[in-house]
Ligand binder design. Structure first.
Ligand code: GRF
Length: 189
């Protein structure tokens, strides 16, 4: 019996992807343990781990602050939990060399587009603006670029007539939740 995969999850928003991971673990579908949840802001998604007694931390990056100091502090916070894998589930900050020196190769992110198409913070909006009929989501290993790391898994999502950013993003998130669980499950093998 392999021990559960030790995870630290980083978020910035609602935390619906984090919630999906916690639900998969609770349902016995994922042999993993969320050791802590970190954010770069007072993210709404921190409420659930707090309610479950999971340690949380916020590492803010004040405007004009030294980014490398922030990056090292974030890496220190994560390292304290000795994770096997760090998961960005909607974490909206780019980490730097310090963080990647310590967690590169075991830091994955999920993106709501079929990379390399539509990288960056507005992937769903950009896909709609481009008029694509098919978009999707990507789970990849974070590297020093913006959404440029080695792709691990992807799934397509059809754009429906009348989709706006919210409706399309919600449908993509439904696929992301499944894809992220599958990637972490395969990671643990
Ligand atoms: C996800 O679509 C993720 O790919 C993107 O932000 C969204 C996070 O959603 N970077 P949530 O905060 O987990 O609900």
């Amino acid at each position: 019996m392999l021990r559960p995969t030790r995870l630290v999850v980083l978020i910035s928003g609602q935390g619906s992807l984090l919630a999906a991971l916690l639900e998969a673990i609770e349902a016995g579908q994922l042999e993993a343990q969320v050791l802590a949840v970190g954010a770069d802001r007072a993210a709404a998604g921190l409420a659930r781990p707090k309610a479950q007694g999971i340690p949380t931390f916020v590492q803010r990056l004040p405007t004009g602050a030294d980014r490398s100091v922030w990056d090292q502090a974030l890496a220190d916070q994560v390292a304290a939990y000795q994770p096997d894998l760090v998961v960005s589930a909607g974490f909206m900050k780019l980490v730097g060399k310090g963080f990647l020196d310590r967690f590169g190769g075991r830091f994955i992110n999920t993106h709501p587009a079929l990379l390399p198409s539509f990288p960056g913070a507005h992937a769903v909006r950009d896909a709609l603006a481009a008029g694509v009929k098919v978009t999707g989501c990507t789970v990849f290993q974070v590297d020093q670029g913006v959404d440029t790391g080695p792709i691990i898994a992807q799934e397509p999502v059809l754009v429906a007539a009348g989709d706006d950013e919210d409706s399309l993003h919600e449908r993509i998130k439904q696929v992301e939740r499944r894809l992220l669980v599958r990637v972490i499950k395969e990671w643990s093998k």
